[in-house]
Design a protein around this ligand. Structure first.
Ligand SMILES: Nc1ncnc2c1ncn2[C@@H]1O[C@H](COP(=O)(O)OP(=O)(O)O)[C@@H](O)[C@H]1O
Ligand SMILES: [Mg+2]
Length: 241
């Protein structure tokens, strides 16, 4: 038996007639943090949406913890223990922080109660009564992570958590992701900022134009910036910025 927790194989996903994902495959082992890198438009979000059942792949195979989940409804996939922190954070702007967390609870039970989540995200705890629509970008990201946690995921798919955030807040978000990993949550971390993600990832996949063009150990990739820049179609200075 291997440790493969999430196995994605030969995924082809379309939006209408546009063929977006071409034979995408990736694996996540138990407790592993896997970075999914690539430029804007590479197909990262579509890959997450395909795994979550939000966009139905035309063909391919997806198994989670030994169960085939391809073609299942998103709520059923979520119930198996797959959490999602979407790009752009998407929350109920008119509801308070606490109400957003209450709506996300799904009764599976587990380690992460709302009280526990708030203990781990003290900044959010101070804001429980505030309307989500009045939170800063960083606060919204914390809420998006908190919301995913109260569903007690065993696998968390996180889409561009650093987008639009000040460096100090990005550090805080990454500290939380590292802590989740230390607690055994497997994570797929989608980032355009490759260097940031590679620093906490175990392994990485790079996408370009809907295809996986590279996969390997994060440390190997981190040690070879020219390779990262080549894979992502960037110059070395664009990569560093
Ligand atoms: N709802 C949609 N309808 C049609 N095309 C889309 C839709 N969403 C994304 N695309 C296209 O699919 C490709 C991959 O997009 P996406 O998965 O969002 O990339 P990434 O997350 O890597 O930036 C892009 O060419 C994008 O324009
Ligand atoms: Mg995206």
């Amino acid at each position: 038996m291997s440790d493969t927790f999430l196995n994605v194989d030969g995924l082809n996903t379309f939006y209408g007639k546009s063929h977006i994902l071409h034979d995408v495959g990736l694996k996540v082992n138990k407790g592993e943090l896997v970075a999914l890198l690539g430029l804007n438009g590479a197909g990262k979000t579509t890959t997450l949406r395909s795994i979550l059942g939000l966009t139905r792949p035309r063909d391919g195979e997806i198994t989670f913890d030994g169960t085939s989940i391809i073609g299942r409804a998103p709520y059923r996939i979520a119930r198996l223990g797959v959490g999602y922190v979407p790009e752009g954070r998407r929350m109920f702007a008119a509801l308070s922080v606490l109400e957003n967390l209450q709506l996300a609870e799904n009764g599976r039970g587990g380690e992460w109660s709302i009280a526990r989540v708030l203990e781990h995200l003290p900044k959010l705890k101070e804001l429980v009564g505030r309307r989500a629509g009045r939170l800063s970008g960083g606060e919204q990201e914390m809420l998006a992570i908190g919301r995913a946690l109260v569903s007690n995921p065993q696998l968390l798919l996180v889409d561009e958590p650093s987008q639009g955030l000040a460096p100090m807040i990005v550090e805080e978000v990454y500290r939380i992701l590292a802590e989740l990993k230390a607690r055994g949550v497997a994570i797929v971390l989608v980032e355009q900022n490759a260097l940031l993600a590679l620093k906490i990832a175990d392994r990485a996949y790079v996408m370009d134009a809907g295809r996986i063009v590279y996969h390997g150990e994060a440390a190997t990739l981190l040690a070879d910036r020219k390779l990262i820049a080549d894979l992502m179609g960037l110059t070395a200075s664009e990569l560093a910025s």
